[in-house]
Design a protein around this ligand. Structure first.
Ligand SMILES: [Fe+2]
Length: 307
């Protein structure tokens, strides 16, 4: 698939488009850091750092993603859940694994390999992140989207990944995207079973993966075994600009002004982005004057406590 076929991820770069969903292959299934015993130890460390997200296997495609841990709690500690994942009836995500010095090497190993190719078509990689999903048989990841571009790889077990185009306004309205970029709320993203017919569907086995552009809605159904999956994520100059445009639309909508969809009128987008830049510069200056922290989205790594 790759013209070199020697790296950790095999991506068809001739066909790669940063805004198109694409299948890939990888060589991470035997990686020492992705074996169950290592993940139990990582789970202990990240739980102490408040970087574990979990819910029970009762969550469905239509469960509101942001509220799944509260609606369907998994009360077992991370280590116990991970050790007993086959019968734990749980969904667990080890968040921001780049915060862990050992796992940051894995995130960098993969993203450093991809970066020269990505820079050619989608420059400005920043806000690097790694997310490891360890899930029980038949667990479901509710319908949602994320801000980052995402190379997701299946390490152990089987799952079915449903992905919708990031421009699919039936799967996710422009207003839902505006609100998500402005407040990280996904409450306007509503699951309907008939959306399945509009999705790209990937039946993933170990060694397979998918590239998902920023804000591509997705939903995942595990097979009848436990699963280990990892995502390598990042922002680029383009994802940051589009996010800013959605945040600006959200602000203007609150004033009664609805702009056309992002990307339809480039000149209008340019003006909206200039407005955003002006508001951001003055807002950050005000926050600094009040002694408050600013959270730049062009930091090298996601999560605040990494340089
Ligand atoms: Fe996601």
């Amino acid at each position: 698939m790759n013209d070199s076929c020697t790296g950790l991820l095999d991506v068809d770069w001739a066909a790669f488009d940063p805004w198109r969903i694409q299948a890939l292959r990888h060589r991470l299934t035997d990686h020492a850091l992705l074996q169950p015993a290592q993940l139990v130890e990582l789970g202990k460390r990240l739980e102490n750092a408040g970087q574990v997200r979990t819910h029970s296997g009762e969550a469905t495609a239509g469960t509101p993603f942001n509220h799944a841990p509260r609606l369907h709690p998994n009360r077992r500690p991370a280590a116990e859940t991970l050790q007993q994942i086959h019968q734990a009836n749980a969904w667990m995500s080890l968040l921001n694994v780049q915060c862990d010095p050992l796992y940051r090497t894995l995130v960098d190993e993969v993203l450093d390999e991809l970066k020269p190719r990505l820079d050619a078509v989608d420059p400005g990689m920043c806000y690097r992140g790694g997310w490891i999903f360890v899930t029980s048989p038949n667990a479901v990841t509710p319908f949602h989207f994320d801000k980052e571009h995402n190379f997701i790889v299946q390490v152990h077990g089987r799952k079915t990944l449903y992905v919708w185009d990031h421009r699919d306004l039936v799967a996710a309205s422009e207003e839902a995207r505006d609100r998500f970029h402005a407040h990280h709320e996904r409450d306007l993203l509503v699951w309907r079973d008939d959306l399945r017919a509009r999705a790209r569907v990937f039946h993933l086995e170990p060694g397979q993966g998918v590239y998902m552009p920023s804000t591509s809605p997705h939903m995942v159904e595990n097979g009848n075994g436990a699963s280990i999956t990892m995502s390598f994520t990042y922002y680029t100059a383009a994802t940051r600009r589009i996010s800013a445009l959605h945040r600006t639309r959200h602000r203007l909508r609150a004033l009664g002004l609805t702009l056309p969809s992002v990307g339809h009128y480039p000149m209008l987008d340019t003006l909206a982005y200039a407005l955003h830049r002006g508001l951001t510069v003055s807002g950050n200056a005000a926050r600094r004057a009040l002694g408050r922290k600013t959270c730049p989205d062009d930091a090298p790594y996601a999560s605040a406590n990494i340089a």
